[in-house]
Design a protein around this ligand. Structure first.
Ligand SMILES: *Cc1c(COP(=O)(O)O)cnc(C)c1O
Length: 367
């Protein structure tokens, strides 16, 4: 449908920024006035309505705040605004993005504890239960949905059930899954969900967004530890008229609007999810036949990004990377400490035919 036009020197098989359509990139080519209704009403408010509709069938219970900066800025804004001085945050981590949440909590001097799991293991509901029972002061729990470090899909339904049984506020980093996997925030009692412009919605990088349970966001006035990253104040201003408190990344926002159109044209999140799954399954089967074993077993693997073990101890990823890049594909280095891996993103303007081409390229290599 949206044919990849090779005006880029290579296809990015990365987890964001990722390959975008030419039409998304073309949408950058116009200037906008940030106080005019053409921008605030027609674009910003329209995007906000569409994001909330994507997040839940009970969309009237939710609202969304768009925030300048990359995804981590919005994670920081969410932690800094939602956890009150008297609150305590539990962070569940099994990778770099969970660790980043813990790092933010430390820098912001939030009262917090960490449930840390090995990178190749899923967090366990019974361990989470134990943490919550032994630490009744915990008010908020933060989890990463798809841990992009490995590609693991954390067991959201099981963990969410425990978090809500204990009546905690639930913050989900769904950065690399939102828009690419069906998910209704109401089903899991997610109070704050963070994602960004350059992941599964397939826009270009520059802003992120936090979808919030209205009732909970309303309680956050005056909590923020930062002026610029005050989620509540940003929301109050934006909710009135679509205005961002400070300079808005207009071109990127317009490109994101185009990306949302293209998500709808593809058939919505379900259709996109199917394409990503097909990409991922083709990739794993093909790589397996070429001697590359996936790091994770199938039951822990997301359709978003896949980690592969080096096929032998003297494998030179640098040489492999360069050879594959010369032939049109950019791969992603590994990010874990327990094994030598590299990663291949399955998301973005990437289709099964591209994965087939990649497999042909790798199979013809002698490195
Ligand atoms: C991409 C990503 C982020 C945000 O990273 P930025 O580089 O700040 O955009 C956070 N969490 C996860 C799981 C991600 O995949």
């Amino acid at each position: 449908m949206y044919e990849f036009i090779p005006d880029n020197p290579y296809l990015l098989l990365t987890p964001g920024p990722l390959s975008t359509s030419k039409s998304v990139r073309n949408a950058l080519l116009r200037d906008w006035c940030t106080w005019d209704a053409d921008y605030n009403e027609e674009i910003v408010q329209n995007i906000r309505r569409r994001l909330v509709a994507l997040a839940s069938k009970k969309s009237e219970d939710y609202t969304v705040v768009l925030m300048q900066g990359s995804g981590s800025f919005s994670v920081e804004a969410t932690l800094g605004t939602t956890v009150p001085q008297t609150g305590k945050l539990l962070i569940i981590t099994n990778g770099a993005y969970g660790d980043r949440i813990a790092q933010i909590a430390k820098v912001l001097k939030l009262e917090h504890i960490v449930y840390s799991c090995p990178e190749t293991e899923a967090p366990k509901p019974e361990v989470l239960s134990k943490f919550l029972l032994e630490n009744p002061a915990i008010t908020h729990v933060a989890l990463v949905h798809c841990e992009t470090t490995t590609g693991m899909l954390n067991p959201l339904p099981e963990l969410a059930r425990i978090i809500k049984e204990h009546g905690k506020i639930f913050i989900l980093d769904a950065m690399s899954s939102f828009g690419g996997m069906p998910l209704d925030m109401a089903d899991y009692g997610i109070d704050f969900l963070v994602s960004s412009s350059n992941k599964c919605i397939q826009g270009v990088p520059g802003f992120a967004f936090v979808i919030a349970k209205k009732e909970e966001l309303l309680k956050c006035k005056g909590n923020a530890r930062s002026l610029c990253l005050d989620l509540y104040d940003q929301w109050k201003e934006m909710d009135k008229s679509g205005k961002w408190r400070y300079t808005s990344p207009t071109h990127i926002v317009r490109a994101f609007y185009q990306a949302l159109d293209e998500l709808e044209a593809e058939g919505g999140v379900e259709a996109r999810y199917e394409r990503y799954c097909e990409n991922q399954q083709l990739l794993v089967a093909g790589m397996d036949s070429l001697g590359f074993e996936a790091l994770l077993p199938e039951n822990l693997q997301s359709p978003i990004i896949t980690s592969f073990l080096y096929p032998r101890s003297n494998f030179d990823f640098g040489v492999f990377y360069k050879a594959v890049k010369q032939r049109g594909f950019v791969l992603y280095p590994g990010k874990i400490s327990q094994a030598d891996t590299f990663r291949v993103g399955n998301i973005g303007e990437v289709y099964p035919k591209d994965i087939n081409r990649l497999l042909e390229v790798i199979s013809a290599l002698t490195v």
